[in-house]
Design a protein around this ligand. Structure first.
Ligand code: CDP
Length: 783
């Protein structure tokens, strides 16, 4: 945006599709990613992985590796134990995880040893030469097998069971009674498969221990640099002021770059021991097989209704596969994340949900993949459930939703599972979607096509999310409250620097954060430099994941800017020679009440702050730590139209319309970009992706030839639009949006395919709905 451009609708910088400031360097290839960091004397670290999913380690023979020129050391768990780092706490706080395998390996590809060498090829050769002797054990591959406790995954734990925890919320007895008394009910299992965020850039670190200053600088692919600094300090005992975490440009995170991985820890230990900087960069296979997976929830969904279609009760019982460690990155008090949002957009009189989590011989994780801690699984459960209920009732799924939505006048709405939804108007947003896609006409077309034997489907998902973790009374990670922060420093010439505790991985914060501050201060967003990811300079914050940045740090920015404005108002009173009470902020400048010609811009006040502050404190800066009073509840209405080829099972997504409501929009172009990206991920999850294991515990998707990423050829053309119901408790009314399309779209795709296949009597199918799977279902149905 140019500064001379007239503010739209009386606004200055907010709500404008300003081009992304960061793209200038990304497009020019001038981004600085972790592998771009090269330090003098740098060594390289590579990791030895287990071919077995479950095996005792009998011996690690290092000699052949150490004989390779350039290989300096081979680290195992024994070496880490010597410095107290064989085990570290998981983010969840209830469990601990091995850094390198201790005694036995618990999943295929688990990290067993780390090789340090003078070059990357030498490190790779060293990995090949390390000879590990294993005694294979029976793997536990399914959480349902884990329940039997026949084979114990975690012998190190006091409780000799694979059961990790039971969690529940709601009223069980009343819900069961209401379900039993319902005229109609469904009870179906839906499975949200294990999938992986698969960011374009894998994880990596460069650790640089400076023995002279005692400072450990850790460049790392971190979505939460401050939290990582604190964890490093707690587990190593290095004082936090001597740890400097720098998160450079990141090529996508999606929750995958929240947990602490073996490579980070081993590179830090290697640097401390050798006195050299040490770089670790993951391969694609390492990323897909060892770093945080997502989902893997088996959900039994029960919904009751009257014969007219009024919903009476919801019960969801989940069996969760957590892999070898309970490393799900959830807030402490929410072991199953925010799964309690499973009542969705509907006004259930009563509900109950429970979950049992199990250890298996699979990689650990359960990260919030573009998701506010299990909201995606919850949305999938309810949106699939409502679809199945509509079919059971013989009602149109759109009509069933319109009948049961929470009504606009019910907001703030207290859900039966404990959330207080801040704002929304589900009927209007959904009606907009129905009108825009021509829903009733599509149903007529579908009836004609069905009469001709063609398979056309229409799928709906009208989801509600819960984002912006979170209010400190409920939300912490390892005890650290989940507030966020902003610091604004305005320079004498009216430009400035803005810092927050968040960390963009492609979301465009350098642009939208500048827009928020520019709007509050009447300054040029182009001249507000946004800096994130450096723990020595940024104020403390919990980072960027779960669409929390705008609800939390976005609010902190607005509040910090208002503090700057209040300081500036005092200086304006001095400059305008008017009593403070007479100076008001109007039309993006300070003016004396009722005397418009006596006014002064923020740019002029910035100069005065350093040259003529009068009796006021010189300078112009402020910091704000924002503790949100509530979460925000963005929502959407998505409709997919698909055609299935009966002979091949191929599904074509003919249309996909996404209407999103994330309250006040800071930058419509960025929001649209977020929606396009998330829908593409949702499409991939629905039709292509699964981290599946065979019965022997072998990971079947260890690379991109098996774990498919859609290209522009497969990706449908997305239609988007919005409605706007601002959050009443957020300073600028904004809710998060980044994850909405990933949360909302899988159910729309599956519902569309199930709708297409309904005439064949097919009612349920798990993702990914590959051509092969759909073809087999059609073949099975025609027999
Ligand atoms: O936490 P994360 O940045 O991943 O998610 P987000 O808060 O939903 O923001 C994603 C991007 O969309 C950021 O650049 C936001 O500032 C922008 N956004 C927006 O322009 N308006 C909103 N109401 C919400 C997000």
């Amino acid at each position: 945006m140019s500064t001379t451009e007239a503010p739209p609708n009386g606004k200055y910088a907010m709500g404008k599709s300003m081009k992304r400031k960061e793209d200038a360097r990304f497009i020019a290839g001038k981004g600085r990613y972790i592998d771009d960091i090269v330090l003098p004397g740098m060594l390289y670290l590579a990791i030895v992985h287990s071919p077995y999913p479950h095996a005792r380690i009998l011996k690690v023979n290092k000699d052949a590796a150490l004989a390779i020129p350039g290989v300096l050391a081979v680290i195992t768990a024994d070496d880490l134990a010597g410095v107290g780092l064989a085990w570290i706490p998981t983010f969840h706080g209830y469990d601990k995880q091995m850094v390198l395998a201790v005694g036995k390996v618990l999943y295929q590809y688990q990290e067993v040893a780390a090789v340090i060498a003078t070059s990357r090829p030498a490190a790779a050769d060293g990995v090949e030469a390390v000879d590990v002797e294993y005694e294979p054990l029976t793997p536990v591959v399914s959480p349902f097998d884990a329940k039997t406790d026949k084979t114990l995954v975690r012998e190190d734990r006091e409780n000799k069971t694979n059961h990790i925890y039971h969690w529940e919320v709601g009223k069980q007895a009343e819900t069961d009674a209401a379900l039993a008394a319902s005229d109609v009910s469904i009870n179906e299992r839906v499975y949200f498969q294990r999938c992986h965020p698969a960011p374009l850039e894998p994880c990596g670190s460069v650790a640089d221990m400076n023995a002279a200053t005692g400072t450990l600088t850790l460049y790392m692919t971190s979505q939460a640099p401050h939290a990582h600094r604190t964890v490093v300090s707690l587990v190593t005992g290095i004082p936090e002021d001597k740890i400097h975490v720098i998160s450079p440009d990141i090529g996508g995170g999606f929750g995958n770059k929240v947990p602490v991985y073996a490579g980070y820890v081993c590179s830090a230990v290697a640097s401390i021991v050798t006195g050299h900087p040490v770089k670790w960069i993951e391969t694609r296979t390492e990323n897909l097989t060892t770093t945080g997976f997502a989902r893997d929830y088996h959900m039994d969904v029960q919904i009751g209704a009257t014969k007219e279609g009024n919903i009476t009760a919801l019960k969801v019982s989940t069996t969760a596969d957590h892999g070898a460690f309970d490393a799900a990155a959830d807030p402490t008090k929410y072991p199953a994340g925010l799964f309690g949002i499973c009542t969705g957009s509907y006004d259930f009189p009563i509900a109950f949900t429970q979950l049992d989590a199990y250890f298996t011989n699979k990689a650990p994780g359960g990260v919030a993949y573009r998701c506010s801690f299990r909201v995606t699984e919850a949305s999938y459960a309810i949106e699939r459930g409502m679809e199945m209920l509509a079919r059971r009732l013989g009602q149109d799924p759109a009509d069933l939703r319109l009948r049961n939505f929470v009504k606009k006048e019910q907001f703030p709405y207290a859900s039966p599972l404990g959330f207080v939804y801040d704002s929304g108007d589900y009927h209007t947003t959904f009606q907009k979607a129905l009108d825009k896609i021509g829903y009733r006409e599509l149903r007529k077309e579908q009836a004609e096509r069905r009469a001709r034997g063609e398979l056309m489907g229409i799928g709906i998902s009208t989801f509600t999310e819960v984002v912006g973790a979170g209010p400190s009374k409920h939300f912490d990670i390892m005890g650290i409250k989940m507030f966020d922060s902003a610091e604004i420093r305005i320079h004498p010439t009216g430009s400035g620097i803005v810092r927050t505790g968040t960390k963009s991985q492609g979301q465009g914060h350098e642009t939208t954060w500048a827009q928020i501050v520019a709007e509050e201060l009447g300054l040029d967003p182009q001249n507000l430099l946004v800096e994130e990811g450096d723990t020595d300079t940024a104020p403390y914050g919990l980072g960027t994941y779960a669409s929390r940045s705008t609800p939390v740090a976005g609010a902190a920015l607005a509040m910090a800017a208002r503090r700057v404005r209040e300081k500036a108002r005092n200086i304006a009173a001095h400059v305008l020679e008017a009593p403070l009470g007479d100076v008001e902020w109007t039309d993006y400048k300070f003016q004396v009440k009722g005397v418009p010609e006596k006014s002064v811009t923020m740019k002029e006040i910035a100069f005065a702050a350093y040259t003529n502050p009068g009796p006021n404190e010189p300078g112009l800066e402020a910091t704000y730590y924002y503790d949100p009073p509530n979460l925000t509840f963005p929502y959407g209405a998505y409709i997919a139209v698909v055609d299935i080829d009966k002979l091949t099972g191929e599904t074509k997504v003919r249309r996909f319309l996404a209407i999103d409501d994330c309250g006040t929009v800071i930058n419509p172009m960025i929001v649209e970009g977020q929606i396009h990206g998330g829908l593409t991920e949702g499409f991939a999850i629905a039709f292509m992706q699964e981290i599946a294991y065979d019965e022997n515990g072998n990971n079947l998707q260890p690379n991109f030839t098996e774990y498919l990423i859609p290209t522009s050829l497969e990706t449908p053309s997305w239609e988007t639009d919005s409605t706007c119901n601002p959050s009443p408790h957020h300073p600028i009314g904004a809710k998060g949006v980044g994850e909405s399309p990933n949360v909302g779209s899988p159910a729309a795709f599956v519902n569309a395919v199930m709708d297409a296949l309904a005439p064949l009597g097919i009612t349920n199918m798990d993702m990914p709905m590959t051509r092969d799977k759909v073809w087999r279902a059609i073949q099975g149905a025609s027999k």
